[in-house]
Design a protein. Sequence first.
Length: 82
Amino acid sequence: MNRRLIPQMSEQQRQHLSALADGELDPGLNRATLANLEASPELQEIWERYHLIGSALRGEAVDRRYREIGERVRVRLQSEPT
């Protein structure tokens, strides 16, 4: 997998990520936003927080073991052919 390193996350990247989480991102920005998300652990943490906040606002129960599931999925996806 070809990974780019993003030196610093911009406010625009945060806004795009928030719009993506809300289903409101301009479709033309999907590919770049997902590539930034894949390459940036910082953006991945923010993505996770956005979804946790959304779950809390909706009154959904949040199981702390979700992180284990996410890590297992990430590892499996890395081993898949591109």
